[in-house]
Design a protein around this ligand. Structure first.
Ligand code: ZN
Length: 144
């Protein structure tokens, strides 16, 4: 049995391509494979007997929900206070964290939000808790 393209009906000369077109997975010829998004995986032999309903309705699984944390809005104050308590200058802290002093300065003046890596370094070296759960931020801290 010769495979036929499910889009144009022409014979598939090369290896059949499986592509997703408008949510439906179809076996198409090389020319029509450009119309859809290619789907990896083995080609089902029983394509004609069993409609690939499950695949047509396939939705990517939602990302595993990580606990969401937000940097404390007072991070600049917390970092500056923790640094001063340890008797470190911005240059000292920059050296310890392997960051430019200008980065420390910008963080402490709230011009720069520390990225996850810098946050982790600050948390580790200054022993401050900069990350608070998003739920706590929305629920508990609304009233100022
Ligand atoms: Zn075709």
């Amino acid at each position: 049995m010769k495979a036929a393209c499910e889009v144009c009906g022409g014979p598939i000369r090369t290896a059949p391509n499986r592509v997703e077109i408008d949510g439906a997975v179809m076996v198409v010829c090389n020319g029509c494979s450009k119309l859809g998004r290619s789907v990896s995986g083995p080609i089902l032999r029983e394509t004609h007997a069993v409609r690939p309903i499950q695949q047509a309705n396939y939705r990517p699984a939602p990302k595993v929900a990580e606990p969401e944390y937000e940097i404390d809005p007072d991070y600049n104050v917390m970092i500056r206070q923790a640094r001063e308590k340890m008797g470190l200058s911005q240059e000292d802290l920059g050296r310890i964290l392997n960051e430019k002093p200008s980065v420390i300065r910008m963080v402490e003046s709230k011009k720069l939000k520390p990225d996850p890596v810098l946050t982790r370094k600050l948390t580790h070296h200054l022993k401050v808790t900069l990350l608070i759960p998003l739920s706590e931020l929305e629920g508990g801290k609304t009233g100022i």
